[in-house]
Design a protein around this ligand. Structure first.
Ligand code: NAD
Ligand code: UD1
Length: 337
């Protein structure tokens, strides 16, 4: 099939591009580099040993998006394009709603015009909000989100469900990612945050490489196994393969389906630090500080729906996530810059 990846130059999009090509599909990428770097395309082409059609456009630009659909016969779309910084979304909510929702609406209009009916959407575990017990199951209520970024995911899920309700040919999979981490095993592609990272894995790897002095662990007084926060970390290549499986599912089924992508295992911050140290034979200095506002104590996925419907489960271990993160960081101390 010929797959369009919006936001395909981003962290998850770049790794998913590689997996689709390895699975024998054709790909076309659109991205406006709002949060990515043109060099990533060169790296993907090196890994896949082929040229990839790319368009530097804003997905919300219907005229330019239309041209891409005229130029290429698109069979399905994977929609990654979106802004994702939680803290920033609180400060500039209009920009987040405008970008994430407009791009989705533009994409839906153009897909309908060109009779493209298969869509995989990058949703997030954040839609489960702050009210549910763990593990998170797809049948649980959503909402009670704590920031505009999370609301954009929930609103887009609703828009896509509404479209599926009236278009009997439409098939959409809402993939709710847990915590994607790691990098391609080649060390050529990985996560490339701007400035000081907010998330745990990029922060640890910048401590390991000496760019940051020590990790600050946000709280050790949570009601968890060792007092530090617990999350479901998933290797980005496992996550990427989940999209290939989701597309196979979308080919067989109509309607809208929300599916968790995680390992089903919760890991604490201290467990991550210890595993990173052991896997890479490197010391991570850390200090316990106060809790970060907005953090939940613990959550992880129930992954039985993904196993049942997608016939997919993760293969990589926490050691793999730590090793591949470190390889990427060592080979690219300044990311793609
Ligand atoms: P990313 O920022 O690396 O990738 C997003 C890409 O979309 C970037 O390359 C950016 O330049 C592009 N983009 C943004 N707005 C655009 C627009 N209007 N037109 C064209 N391109 C645009 O983020 P990521 O980590 O790869 O995440 C991909 C998707 O998965 C996002 O929708 C994100 O919200 C979602 N998600 C990410 C995580 C995570 O932890 N990384 C977790 C849950 C969900
Ligand atoms: C964050 C986002 C979430 C997004 C996810 C993607 C927030 C509030 N939430 O979730 O919307 O889907 O990233 O991966 O930003 N930690 C430290 N020190 C650090 C960084 C993190 O102790 O320097 C701890 C956190 O308290 C948390 C765990 O590490 O317990 C994971 O944090 P992080 O990687 O930021 O992810 P989330 O908070 O789960």
């Amino acid at each position: 099939m010929n797959i369009l990846l919006t936001g395909g130059a981003g962290y998850i999009g770049s790794h998913t591009t590689i997996e689709f090509i390895e699975a024998g599909h054709g790909v076309v990428i659109v991205d406006n580099f709002a949060n990515s770097n043109p060099l990533v395309l060169k790296r993907i082409e090196e890994i896949c040993r082929q040229k990839i059609p790319f368009y530097n456009i804003n997905v919300a630009d219907v005229v330019k998006l239309d041209e891409v659909f005229y130029k290429h016969k698109i069979d399905a779309v994977i929609h990654f394009a979106g802004l994702k910084a939680v803290g920033e979304s609180v400060k500039i909510p209009v920009k987040y709603y405008r970008n994430n929702i407009d791009s989705t609406l533009a994409l839906l209009e153009i897909m309908e015009k060109h009779n493209v009916n298969k869509l995989i959407f990058s949703s997030s575990a954040t839609v489960y909000g702050e009210i549910n017990n763990i593990p998170y199951i797809e049948t649980m209520p959503t909402g009670h989100c704590s920031n505009p970024y999370a609301w954009t995911k929930l609103f887009i899920e609703q828009i896509l469900k509404d479209v599926a309700a009236v278009n009997q040919d439409f098939s959409v999979v809402l993939l709710r990612y847990f915590n994607p981490v790691g990098a391609h095993p080649s060390g050529k592609t990985g996560e490339n945050p701007n400035g000081i990272p907010n998330n745990l894995f990029p922060y640890i790897s910048q401590v390991a490489v000496g760019k940051l002095v020590e990790l600050k662990i946000f709280g050790n007084d949570y009601p968890t196994k060792d007092g530090t926060g617990v999350r479901d970390y998933i290797h980005v290549t496992d996550l990427a393969k989940g999209h290939v499986a989701a597309l196979e599912y979308a080919k067989r089924h109509k309607g809208a389906e929300a599916i968790n992508l995680g390992t089903g295992i919760g890991c604490s911050v201290l467990e991550i630090v210890k595993t990173f140290e052991k896997a890479n034979k490197i010391k991570i200095p850390y200090q316990i500080v106060g809790r970060r506002a907005g953090d939940l104590a613990e959550y992880y996925a129930d992954v039985s729906k993904a196993a049942l419907l997608l016939k997919w489960k993760t293969q990589k271990t926490l050691e793999d996530m730590c090793r591949d993160t470190w390889r990427w960081q060592m080979q690219n101390p300044n990311g793609y810059n």
